[in-house]
Design a protein around this ligand. Structure first.
Ligand code: CP
Length: 307
């Protein structure tokens, strides 16, 4: 790989990246689709520390690491010395001492990696931290949109659902705004507070109004596991007002795209007819996840070797 314009050893979020850095990741991911490399991470070891469940992120990061020629260290927090009170930093330092060069981390605490990553020589990649950011999810979302559109300028993207608890919504907003798109957050007030407009999104509580004329919708599930109170009266009430149905899809532009980061709760935030329908790019998103994560691993390796 020719050296790219990239100096970061870590990827903790998209809020602090420039538009040019985001485009560097997307360009590299797109180039991997045409000519996949095999040895950019040869002799390196990627470890996964996931304290929350994952299907897509973990499996596609593992595929990405293996396609780049890396070794992969399987590590389970359950059964590790984290359960005996060892700190996350000591866990990182010990795994680094046995040869780990890249950590891919999912953790329930927002911002948990901010103070730890600078203390390590290894790269640290955020695979989702609490409600804060999920940068590689947003990157694969953008890669999927850019393949269709070429550019984000002037596009309207609706993020529909449980915005309050969503790291995906935040990372998408930060990146899409930098690349010139308009982002509308839509959901019931408890799950989509008006003050989220301060992040740079337009907030709209009426799903029909939000979807009118949109170029794409990214549907989010209700994160019941993060709710400590009744944010919605019932799932049936929520579905009535906010479920992405064929009738609501018709309000968007004729060629508009339907996205979902997964996991899907069919019949709640999206109907099966829409999830499996002709506008859906949900499984393209998942496939692009491997490419986006390959690009992130390769660039962080470049940044790590410069540090
Ligand atoms: N979108 C996403 O992060 O999915 P997983 O939780 O399955 O990794």
């Amino acid at each position: 790989m020719a050296p790219r314009d990239w100096e970061n050893k870590d990827l903790l979020g998209l809020e602090r990246l420039s538009a040019s850095e985001i485009e560097t990741i997307l360009d590299l991911a797109a180039s991997f689709k045409l000519a996949p490399p095999t040895d950019l991470l040869k002799g390196r070891t990627v470890a996964f520390i996931f304290t929350e469940a994952s299907t897509r992120t973990r499996s596609s990061f593992e595929m990405a690491a293996k396609r780049l020629g890396s070794d992969v260290l399987s590590f389970s927090p359950v059964g590790s010395s984290l359960s005996k009170g060892e700190t996350l930093l000591d866990t990182f330092l010990n795994l680094q001492a046995v040869g780990v060069t890249h950590f891919v981390v999912r953790h329930e605490r927002s911002g948990v990696l901010e103070d730890l990553a600078p203390l390590l020589k290894a790269s640290v990649i955020n695979a989702g931290d609490g409600w804060h950011e999920h940068p590689t999810q947003a990157l694969l979302d953008l890669l999927t949109l850019r393949e269709r559109w070429g550019s984000f300028k002037g596009k309207k993207i609706v993020i529909l659902g449980d915005i309050r608890h969503s790291r995906v919504a935040r990372s998408n907003l930060f990146a899409l705004k930098k690349l010139g798109a308009k982002v509308v957050f839509c959901g019931p007030t408890p799950l989509c507070p008006d003050d989220f407009a301060s992040l740079g999104a337009t907030v709209e509580h009426d799903a029909e109004k939000a979807l009118k004329g949109a170029d794409a919708v990214n549907v989010l599930r209700l994160q019941i596991e993060r709710m400590d109170q009744g944010f919605v009266p019932s799932l049936a009430d929520y579905a009535l007002a906010y479920q992405l149905t064929p009738a609501r899809v018709e309000l968007m532009k004729p060629e508009a795209l339907v996205m979902h980061p997964g996991p899907i709760n069919r019949g709640v935030e999206i109907s099966s007819e829409v999830a499996d329908g002709p506008r859906s790019v949900i499984l393209e998103q998942v496939a692009n996840g491997v490419l986006a994560r390959m690009a992130v691993l390769a660039l962080c390796e470049q940044g790590r070797s410069l540090a």
